[in-house]
Write a protein that binds this ligand. Structure first.
Ligand code: NAD
Length: 445
């Protein structure tokens, strides 16, 4: 099948590459010339495990190409995926300017029947807006061409994007036309080996499904974060509680790890956008508002703990202190820093007068765009510990799970670790002489 994917970011590039891997001819489009030039030379603009090899192979085999020429890509393709960003607008609603601008461009350049697929996460009703935008452009040109608009939200996770796309738990197709649904089914059939869950539904329900999924996951994380705070106050161990409740098949173990709050390019903006959608219908979605508020507070928990343990009072309670940070990206196996809890934590530490040094296996380049030279960086996780007053763990990269504790103890001024991801066993840390402060595991600090 001939496909174009417009927007070559985390979703577009992965989707386009995986569609090429299953034998389709795919053109990936982007407005970012540097990104496209790089991709043509095999330079992958994001860190995503396994992506580079797939891109190179499919380019070599002639199934995958890159261009900034949207008109050419649309003319060449039957299925046109829109995978551009939908960042939060000033009022929290999803900003649809990029999606609608692509829709207008498709309308300007299409020359026959096209299937236009909303792959970006977009609020209920967006497919209608896309339809209107395309139709207006066709009218302007006096072109009577048929097209169909499909909602096909993406559920991949950064860090495991290729696997998620190749072996999805389910694919959701929102489509009102039988013929188009058959084409979409054909396109996705190679990915239906793990589960044959290709769910076809009406367009609005498909649009809602994506937001409902992310809002549910954000709520689950936030619920456990709140239980963790209560555990700290009551002397209970949240990890034991997790074992206890996760074993209930109605609850399950996933997304019950307490931490420093959810971040990333999806949960924060999608929770906000769904709350905004509700508001527009005069519906007070009180649960979602509470999730958002609780998550903003959760992002401050680690810096509050650091202040409580090391602060000297005054306007700059951490003046003269150095905090070493392990982990900057919003989660492991990605370089994505969008809405990362590390940003809130580090900004607060800096406000409190601390000097901050940071390590991350992949996100330092992105972090430099945010913090510049206000903090220092190292690609060696131990270098930043020398004479630091404490180590704070923000992202659960694998290299932090089993580190050389003796070395850590020798490098730090004192054996003090704040663990925002509960990576270690409190008893073992105690035996090794560390003062260890995780989330929800050993009482109030
Ligand atoms: P991204 O910012 O990584 O990529 C978007 C790309 O679109 C950029 O490269 C940008 O240059 C390009 N672009 C913008 N306007 C364009 C235009 N007019 N023509 C061509 N290209 C254009 O975004 P992303 O993380 O890939 O997210 C894309 C969408 O997918 C969002 O709606 C997001 O919510 C959703 N989504 C993201 C994830 C994720 O994990 N990142 C998962 C599921 C769904």
């Amino acid at each position: 099948m001939k496909i174009c994917v417009i927007g070559s970011g985390y979703v577009g590039l992965v989707a386009g590459t995986c569609f090429a891997e299953s034998g389709n001819n795919v053109i990936c489009v982007d407005v970012d010339e540097a990104k496209i030039e790089g991709l043509k030379k095999g330079i992958i603009p994001i860190y995503e495990p396994g992506l580079k090899e797939l891109v190179l192979r499919n380019c070599e085999e002639g199934r995958l190409s890159f261009t900034t020429d949207l008109a050419y890509a649309v003319k060449e393709s039957l299925v046109n995926f829109i995978a551009v960003g939908t960042p939060p607008g000033a009022d929290g609603s999803a900003d649809l300017q990029y999606v609608l601008s692509v829709a207008r461009s498709i309308g300007q350049h299409m020359d026959g029947f096209k299937i236009i697929v909303d792959k970006s996460t977009v609020p209920v009703g967006t497919a209608d807006k896309v339809r209107v935008a395309v139709a207006e452009e066709l009218d302007r040109r006096g072109a009577a061409l048929e097209f169909d608009v499909v909602s096909n939200p993406e559920f991949l996770k950064e860090g495991a994007a290729i696997d998620d796309f190749m072996k999805p738990d389910r694919v959701v197709i929102g489509c009102d036309d039988v013929r188009t649904a058959e084409i979409m089914k054909e396109l996705y059939s190679p990915f239906m080996r793990k589960s044959n869950r290709l769910i076809v539904m009406d367009v609005r329900s498909a649009e809602m499904t994506k937001y409902a999924a992310n809002a549910m996951l954000a709520t689950k994380i936030t619920f456990m974060n709140q239980i963790a705070l209560l555990c700290d106050l009551m002397g209970a161990d949240v990890m034991a509680v997790r074992e206890g409740i996760g074993s209930d098949s109605r609850i399950g173990y996933d997304f019950l790890f307490p931490g420093v709050g959810y971040g990333g390019s999806c949960f924060p903006k999608d929770v906000k956008a769904l709350a905004k959608t509700a508001e527009e219908c005069d519906y007070d979605f009180i649960l979602l508002k509470a999730v958002e508020e609780a998550n903003s507070r959760q992002k401050k928990v680690l810096s509050d703990k650091i202040q409580a343990r090391l602060g000297n009072g005054g306007a700059k309670p951490l003046a003269g202190k150095t905090i070493a940070i392990w982990g900057l990206s919003f989660k492991p196996r990605t370089d994505d820093m969008r809405e990362a809890p590390s940003v809130t934590i580090i900004e607060r530490l800096l406000e409190m007068g601390a000097a901050v040094r940071a390590h991350d296996p992949e996100a330092i380049k992105e972090a430099k765009k945010i913090f510049g030279d206000r903090i220092t960086y190292s690609t060696n996780q131990y270098d930043i510990l020398k004479d630091a007053d404490a180590l704070a763990i923000i992202t659960e990269w694998n290299e932090y799970r089993n580190p050389d504790f003796e070395r850590i103890g020798n490098l730090l001024v004192q054996k003090l670790i704040f663990d925002g991801r509960n990576l270690y066993l409190p008893n073992r840390m105690k035996q090794a002489g560390f003062e260890y402060l995780p989330i929800g595991r050993n009482g109030k600090v």
